[in-house]
Design a protein around this ligand. Structure first.
Ligand code: ADP
Ligand code: MG
Length: 322
């Protein structure tokens, strides 16, 4: 089984990816031939003939069985075009271009979830000049301010008061009035803590609670949040699985906010990091992912590990006979 990870290690704020390193590390043990490909190395030509219409470093290249895009919120138009092109050539993408594009947009994805009746925080798109009274009436203060395409907590800000909100909006207006910003009801029960649920192939496979550092309100692991395993209740499972199903995500990280005894869906991530989960639970994420991909693609060649287990079984049988 051959795959490509689509990844750029020098984009924006993206920290060097633990997940990419782990996927590569485990792929060798699991009999998967995996290569990290920067989408910028690929060239597309759209023609009627098929398999030669993608070039790697200017040369025709054998297509992989699957791709795993790992650029998350940093996926740009060209990256999406590459994923779409490979999909057209019959390569399965985990996750699909459509899913990656949808969940990247925090407002669009909330609109879809709300339409399907899932609990979400009340959300508004900022329009300049901002109608502060309307914001106060609809969302109240404190209010959460988010950039449309942020990730790892970098574009999320809590405005404690109307005054602070006015100051922030003035600053944004003065620098970039075309900025895409959303405002969100502050779910106070979730201040400084939330849940991250991992789903693979429509199953909730792990859940961790993230707690922000003292005085912080964002619980992201990359912002210094502390992580511990959390029991997957039927409600948590249903919310996470339903969210991933609505967005057609094969692999996802769903953020849930605590809301009284229940939860609200904060966001869905198409390329979730898994350092926090592997460090706090006994789970091998790449193994889970590759196992699912094998089943999904129907490629069941024995892995080195399985072959070894088989050898061990044989040895045991022989021992038993002696
Ligand atoms: N409406 C909200 N109410 C309370 N806390 C929130 C809210 N939205 C986000 N947070 C906190 O901020 C963190 C980052 O927000 P999120 O929308 O997941 O952005 P990112 O894509 O950067 O992770 C969340 O994990 C949560 O701890
Ligand atoms: Mg998040």
């Amino acid at each position: 089984m051959k795959g490509w990870i689509l990844y750029k290690d020098n984009v924006g704020f993206l920290k060097p990816s633990y997940a990419v390193k782990r996927l590569v590390e485990e792929s060798e043990r699991l009999g998967v031939s995996l290569e990290i490909i920067n989408p910028n190395r690929l060239e597309l030509t759209v023609t009627r003939e098929d398999r030669k219409s993608i070039l790697l470093d200017g040369e025709p290249v054998a297509l992989p069985d699957f791709i795993i895009p790992r650029m998350g919120a940093f996926t740009n138009y060209f990256d999406l075009a590459v994923i779409r092109h490979l999909e057209r050539l019959g390569v399965k993408s985990f996750n699909s271009s459509e899913s990656v594009e949808t969940v990247k947009d925090k407002l669009y994805s909330q609109q879809i979830l709300a339409e399907r009746g899932l609990p979400v925080p009340k959300t508004m798109l900022v329009k300049f000049p901002v109608n502060v009274d309307l914001v106060e009436k609809r969302l109240g203060f404190p209010v959460v301010v988010k950039t449309l395409y942020g990730s790892q907590g970098s574009g999320v800000f809590l405005c404690e008061s109307k005054k602070q909100f006015l100051n922030l909006i003035e600053l944004v207006e003065a620098t970039k009035a075309s900025a895409h910003i959303i405002l969100q009801e502050f779910i106070s029960d979730s201040k400084g803590r939330d849940l991250r649920v991992f789903t693979i192939g429509g199953r909730a496979i792990a859940c961790v609670e993230r707690k922000a550092a003292e005085g912080e309100f964002k619980a992201n692991f990359s912002q210094g949040g502390k992580v511990k395993p959390f029991e997957i209740t039927p409600e948590i499972e249903w919310l996470a699985v339903e969210t991933s199903r609505i967005f057609n995500l094969d692999i996802s990280g769903i953020d849930l906010l605590f809301d009284g005894d229940h939860f609200k869906v904060c966001e869905a991530n198409s390329a979730p990091g898994f350092q926090a989960i592997e460090q706090s639970m006994d789970i091998n994420m790449p193994k889970e992912i590759f196992h699912f991909i094998r089943i999904r693609l129907g490629i069941f060649q024995k892995t080195e590990e399985e072959l070894k287990e088989k050898d061990d079984d044989c040895d045991e049988n022989q021992d038993a006979r002696h």
